[in-house]
Design a binder for this molecule. Structure first.
Ligand SMILES: NC(=O)c1ccc[n+]([C@@H]2O[C@H](COP(=O)([O-])OP(=O)(O)OC[C@H]3O[C@@H](n4cnc5c(N)ncnc54)[C@H](O)[C@@H]3O)[C@@H](O)[C@H]2O)c1
Ligand SMILES: O=CCCC(=O)O
Length: 465
């Protein structure tokens, strides 16, 4: 029997040891999820809605417990974990309502004795594979629309953060959602992923994680032509124009960048500032970044927790060192506190200026608490730098000039745009990426579409009078 240790990345302490599902157990869960599909699909929409609302109520009642689990297994500061529980719950609330709004339509036929009906039906058993950085919200953002659409659902949490999923599924079952309708599988993605993609019983894979793994899942899903939704990596630009409200732009940059120690797919990774305001912007940012407190997320005054693991740490460390070697200036931060024995990895929030596009930090996703600043002198140049990446998830810009803002949002190749807004995410909006950042959208009315098939019924031989 294979076991999985879950530890706190801030202290190295083992929190729990979980059994992983064997190959046979994974296949049995898939079989059970598939078998439960026809009853769940038939359950009326108002009852599905009621069950989701009950799940939401239990999440609210258990928000401190859930937040503690999130912080313990991911290292996220507790304030942010409380925020994540509210964010995760907002997806359940939104889709509890959307369950009642899955509408069909009729189309006028080209013949008097015909009628065409359009119906929506659940795609079938869906598997949601989640990353470690938002262990609650990335599960509810998939499970709630799937269940609302009438799909049975299996959650596959990241190996670093399975405990949040265990608790969320327990609460869903306590709410009355049948156990084969909502299950979880515990295991290492690279070992069991082929069981999901290879099964004809799985009709949809919704994945949030790295672009590298997403590409593999798209390829492997092709054999059984599954529905796929892919929320992949990002490398968000943040443009500050000369006319922007500087204090506001600095505060929003700070809030957007240091969510989860910079380990958020929409964290701004490339700050592109008009050359006329660069010195003032950088100084204001330096003051605020230097005041951030790094530490154990379970302590109430912690702003920045550890990065998740050695691999993440090495990537960020190398990006900083390479940028320095190519001429970047360290404005603040650049201190590292690691204990390889406990496997704890802290990186002080860091600001770099004099950054150029040939540096790794401007090219690959960072996923860490580092802000590289570069400059522009024309808006087309800012757009060129921003779009110069295979990623297309989120982009931010700060300007009070309406025409410039319109020009920017029309020309930035990103699925989520924050215009004078460092916190664009919301359950009622369609989150997702362009280019190599993904396929499909989660949230909003688009988020349930990915779990629905469209069927049309052409009815002939109408009674003619
Ligand atoms: N676009 C978004 O909404 C979004 C949100 C959060 C994170 N992310 C991205 O996620 C990445 C960080 O998360 P991560 O390190 O956990 O990513 P990851 O791709 O390594 O792992 C994500 C999940 O995929 C599973 N997995 C790994 N290999 C698999 C395989 N071969 N088959 C099936 N499942 C497999 C893992 O077990 C985990 O549950 C970053 O690139 C980040 O940008 C994107
Ligand atoms: O990192 C991924 C999710 C972030 C968000 O939903 O705002």
């Amino acid at each position: 029997m294979a076991m999985m240790e879950v530890s706190n990345p801030a202290t190295g302490e083992v929190i729990e040891v979980l059994k992983t599902d064997s190959e046979n157990e994974v296949l049995e869960k898939i079989r059970r999820g598939h078998a439960a599909q026809s009853d769940w699909k038939r359950l009326d929409a108002h009852e599905k809605s009621r069950l989701l609302k009950e799940w939401s109520r239990l999440v609210e009642d258990n928000k401190e417990a859930l937040a503690n689990i999130i912080t313990s297994e991911s290292g996220k500061p507790i304030r942010e974990s409380i925020g994540e529980v509210a964010y995760a719950k907002s997806y359940i609330d939104w889709y509890a309502e959307e369950a009642k709004r899955i509408y069909g339509r009729t189309i006028p036929a080209n013949s008097a004795n015909k009628e065409i009906l359009i119906a929506k039906q659940p795609v079938g058993l869906a598997i949601g594979i989640a990353p470690w950085n938002f262990p609650a919200a990335m599960i509810t953002r998939k499970a709630a629309p799937a269940l609302a659409a009438g799909c049975t659902f299996i959650a596959k949490p990241a190996e670093e953060t399975p405990l949040t999923t265990v608790k969320l599924v327990e609460l869903a079952l306590e709410a009355g959602i049948p156990e084969d309708v909502f299950q979880y599988i515990n295991g290492y993605g690279h070992e069991i992923g082929h069981l999901f993609t290879g099964s004809e019983l799985v009709r949809k894979i919704s994945f949030t994680g790295s672009t590298e793994v997403g590409k593999k899942l798209i390829q492997a899903s092709a054999n059984t032509v599954k529905h796929v939704s892919m929320e992949l990596g990002g490398h968000a630009p943040l443009i500050v124009n000369a006319d922007a409200d500087l204090d506001f732009a600095v505060d929003q940059t700070l809030a957007a960048k240091f969510r989860n120690a910079g380990q958020t797919c929409i964290c701004p990774n490339r700050v592109i500032v008009h050359e006329s305001i660069e010195a003032a912007f950088t100084e204001k940012l330096r003051e605020k970044v230097a005041a951030l407190k790094m530490g154990n997320g379970l302590e109430a005054d912690t702003d920045i927790g550890p990065v998740i693991n050695e691999e993440g740490y090495n990537k960020i460390y190398n990006q900083i060192r390479e940028a320095e070697s190519k001429g970047a200036t360290v404005v603040c931060g650049n201190a590292f506190d690691t204990d390889p024995e406990k496997q704890t990895y802290f990186i002080e929030p860091t600001v770099l200026s004099n950054v150029s596009e040939d540096m790794l930090i401007m090219q690959e996703e960072t996923f860490g608490p580092v802000i590289p600043i570069t400059t522009f002198n024309s808006i087309d140049r800012a757009i060129e730098i921003a779009n110069g990446t295979p990623y297309g998830l989120a982009a931010y810009f700060f300007t009070n000039d309406y025409r410039l803002g319109k020009y920017l949002h029309e020309n930035l190749e990103f699925g989520v745009i924050g215009w004078n807004d460092g916190a664009p995410s919301a359950a009622h909006a369609p989150f997702g990426g362009m280019k190599e950042s993904g396929l499909g959208r989660e949230g909003g009315i688009e988020g349930i579409e990915g779990y629905l098939e469209t069927k049309y019924i052409s009815i002939g031989n109408h009674i003619q009078k």
